[in-house]
Design a protein around this ligand. Structure first.
Ligand code: IMP
Ligand code: MG
Length: 176
């Protein structure tokens, strides 16, 4: 799969992703059976995962979107720009953050620290993809879709230079 100037290879197929999304939704439905969580989806990358996950959630719940962008093409800068779009009261709420991918973990650790300060009852994270070898910040992720190698990935919401978000499968970039 050629995207812009690079050749990508299949990592996770649509059906595999679908199966995992259903499993995770099942876990969340069980764990939050007596709660009314507020899901916070991190744009842009998590928009497809959030859409698929939320349609399998059977809880009385709400969903909000925030944006917190730091990524520069294929390498993480580790620098946080800003957080846009958080209009909800988090005080005493049970928060579930929906992330597409945790790479260095800097984005998530910043976000967790910031949201923690708003006094929620609980905060947990659901991340479709985690790159354990890339983790630099200490973050606890309650629900993980797939643990993947360090390679850059694209598809199912994730982009390379803005492209590839529309792909149904997830592809990786070979490192040489
Ligand atoms: P972190 O702060 O290094 O954990 O990076 C987190 C954000 O960078 C993710 O939410 C993604 O938006 C983006 N990102 C990290 N790795 C990849 C990748 O392999 N492909 C596309 N985006 C990525
Ligand atoms: Mg993201």
């Amino acid at each position: 799969m050629k995207i812009r100037d690079k050749e990508f290879f299949i990592l996770l197929k649509e059906a595999e992703i679908r199966k995992r999304v259903l499993e995770i939704a099942g876990e969340i439905n069980r764990d939050y059976a007596k709660k009314q969580p507020l899901f916070i989806s991190v744009l842009n990358g998590a928009f497809i995962f959030a859409a698929d996950l939320m349609r399998e959630i059977r809880l009385s719940s709400t969903l909000s979107f925030i944006k917190l962008s730091t990524y520069d093409q294929t390498s993480s800068t580790g620098k946080i720009k800003e957080l846009i779009g958080l209009n909800e009261q988090l005080f005493k709420k049970d928060i579930i953050i929906i992330e597409d991918i945790v790479d260095s973990g800097f984005t998530l650790s910043y976000l967790l620290e910031h949201l923690q300060g708003l006094g929620p009852s609980s905060i947990e994270v659901v991340a479709l993809l985690v790159k354990p070898e890339s983790l630099k910040a200490e973050v606890s992720i309650k629900y993980t879709g797939f643990r993947i190698p360090e390679n850059f990935v694209v598809g199912y919401g994730l982009d390379y230079d803005g492209y590839g978000r529309n792909l149904k499968d997830i592809y990786f970039l070979k490192t040489d």
